[in-house]
Design a protein around this ligand. Structure first.
Ligand SMILES: CC(C)(COP(=O)(O)OP(=O)(O)OC[C@H]1O[C@@H](n2cnc3c(N)ncnc32)[C@H](O)[C@@H]1OP(=O)(O)O)[C@@H](O)C(=O)NCCC(=O)NCCS
Length: 185
């Protein structure tokens, strides 16, 4: 058991640092991603997104005792009915080392990433994941807001958070992650 495993989310800022990923982190992040997911597909997505600067990735790591224990990636997502994709992000993958989970590390990474999206004048961020988890960050059902993923109109896992009044102005659309998300096995 790690020494800090008892920490609850409100304590997390004292035990971890959240910062932007740098090239020296790449192999540790890929290893962590493979460990957390139990397979290589998401690590391959992370590798490919990094190479596509046009996706404007926001890639953050959580560091504890000089070890990378968490990672989150945000990258551009496109909507079928608008050209505004420079201003639209998709969240994921996100992962935390199995021995450091349930201490608020993913929450801290996600909150910091969303703050960076907002400050870069992003209009909206989408995610595919558990509503029970993502609603705590302000995500809402995307279909009820006019957006769907992969022709699946009724997928509660597909969620969105808006900034400003983007929710009122973006036209109903199908969303698509960057092509590199569909290449990993
Ligand atoms: C999902 C993951 C990133 C959460 O990391 P974490 O640092 O443990 O998350 P936090 O501590 O911020 O939040 C933990 C809370 O999320 C809940 N949670 C975690 N994964 C969840 C899931 N898939 N569905 C619903 N709730 C989930 C936990 O039950 C816990 O709830 P509680 O706070 O009410 O006890 C981590 O479990 C992980 O790396 N999993 C493997 C990779 C993965 O599935 N990533 C997500 C898809 S991209």
């Amino acid at each position: 058991m790690p020494q800090n495993s008892h920490l609850r989310p409100r304590d997390i800022s004292q035990s971890i640092q959240i910062r932007a990923e740098i090239p020296q982190d790449y192999s540790a992040v890929e290893h962590l991603t493979e460990q957390a997911f139990g397979h290589t597909a998401e690590a391959e997505i992370v590798r490919r997104v990094r190479k596509e600067s046009a996706l404007h990735p926001i890639s953050l790591v959580a560091v504890r005792d000089q070890m990378i224990v968490g990672h989150v990636l945000f990258s551009k997502i496109s909507l079928s009915q608008t050209q505004a994709s420079d201003l639209l992000f998709g969240l994921g993958p996100v992962c935390v080392h199995p021995e450091h989970q349930r201490q608020g590390i993913a929450s801290a990474l996600i909150r910091e990433g969303l703050a960076k999206c907002k400050s870069s004048r992003c209009l909206a961020c989408f995610v595919l994941g558990s509503p029970a988890y993502y609603q705590r960050f302000g995500f809402q059902n995307a279909y009820q807001a006019g957006f769907w993923y992969n022709k699946d109109e009724d997928n509660p896992a597909f969620q969105v958070i808006f900034w400003g009044n983007a929710g009122l102005h973006l036209p109903p659309s199908e969303a698509r992650y960057a092509d590199v998300f569909y290449l990993a096995d």
